[in-house]
Design a protein around this ligand. Structure first.
Ligand code: TXA
Ligand code: MG
Length: 317
């Protein structure tokens, strides 16, 4: 592994792309200080140029190299949650390139909680711009194999750190405005953030919030149409599949009510953490079955499920 890390760091210094594991999803990394390298990310993903990227750092003190006017709240949240699945949006320092920020006056920063990512960041020394390592609009990869499926030869090296433990993208908290606002829910919830801030962040972002690809309606989507239903709706959807003779894939925390050759049933965990961990790999597998539709049992609408519900809702769009 040490040899892989050295090779990855050398490729990054040479302006190449390297995919690496984080605790949330795999990232497609480039030297954040090299605009030509960052441009390769947009080309590989097929992503619009005005969508800003998160800069990954080895530790919290590096914040000062990328952000200015850093509020006390950012220091407290970094101390509480980094390394971990929380991205902070802060005012950018002059010199942070428009290729990273999408031309905005803010920059997204986080310290990922994965041993390989941290080793790579320390060896590389600087910040790594890294969106999720999927093609634009597709499901984020949670294994090295998924990255190869998504990006093939477009990436010079894929570091394999096994399956991601969190499974959905980081919570994004905007601290660049007047009041803290959640731009993207994740597994670090509003309550945990409020406990550190002594104030609940606003949900949904500011009125003048910048365009973020994670907030586009259709995102994280499988190619098979996906539907979210209640547990009653689940039984109805099973009957419907059989009546309409339509092969249908299910993801549900309830046991399969009827066995039938048209029904593919995958049992989903009943708790939010294991559900999130398995979600994207499950959607990929269900998508690959080539069914007419995917039906997912809607999890409870409680705070702990907000990140998962957000991704499921976008997958239906
Ligand atoms: O968990 C994660 O955050 C993963 C791993 C690889 O770290 N990364 C990830 O990156 O999800 P990406 O590019 O797929 O999503 C990052 C989101 C985008 O919606 C982007 O627009 C938003 O962060 N973002 C980045 N910088 C921003 C900024 N300055 N202001 C507002 N949103 C920003
Ligand atoms: Mg993404």
């Amino acid at each position: 592994m040490a040899a892989d890390i050295a090779r990855a760091a050398a490729l990054l210094r040479a302006g190449e792309l390297v995919a690496f594991p984080t605790e949330t999803v795999y990232g497609l990394g480039a030297d954040a200080a090299n605009p030509q390298a960052v441009a390769k990310i947009f080309a590989a993903k097929g992503r619009p140029q005005d969508h800003p990227l998160i800069v990954h750092l080895a530790d919290a003190p590096q914040l000062d190299a990328w952000a200015r006017d850093i509020p006390e709240a950012a220091r407290k949240l970094a101390a509480a949650f980094w390394p971990g699945p929380l991205t902070l949006i802060l005012k950018r320092r002059p010199g942070v390139s428009d290729a990273i920020t999408g031309g905005q006056d803010s920059v997204g920063l986080r310290v990922p909680n994965h041993p390989l990512a941290l080793e790579l960041l320390r060896e590389f020394g600087g910040g790594l711009a890294a969106p999720s390592a999927n093609r634009f609009g597709r499901i984020s990869p949670t294994t090295a194999e998924h990255v190869r499926e998504e990006l093939g030869d477009a990436v010079a090296l894929v570091l394999d750190g096994g399956p991601c433990q969190v499974g959905i993208e980081s919570t994004i908290l905007d601290l660049s405005g007047d009041a803290p606002a959640i731009l993207r829910p994740g597994m670090i919830g509003v309550d945990a953030i409020a406990a550190v801030l002594g104030q609940a962040p606003a949900a949904g972002g500011r009125a003048d919030a910048p365009r973020v690809s994670g907030s586009l309606e259709s995102h994280y989507a499988p190619t098979t149409p996906l539907e979210l239903v209640s547990s009653d709706g689940l039984v109805f959807a099973v009957r419907n599949a059989i009546i309409k003779q339509e092969r249908t894939a299910f993801l549900a925390s309830m046991a399969q009510p009827i066995h039938h050759e048209l029904i593919s049933w995958r049992l989903a965990p009943a708790e939010p953490e294991p559900f999130a961990r398995a979600l994207y790999a499950s959607l990929r597998e269900l998508d690959a079955l080539g069914c007419g539709r995917i039906v997912v049992q809607q999890p409870p609408q409680t705070a702990a499920w907000m990140g998962v519900l957000d991704r499921l809702r976008r997958a239906t769009a």
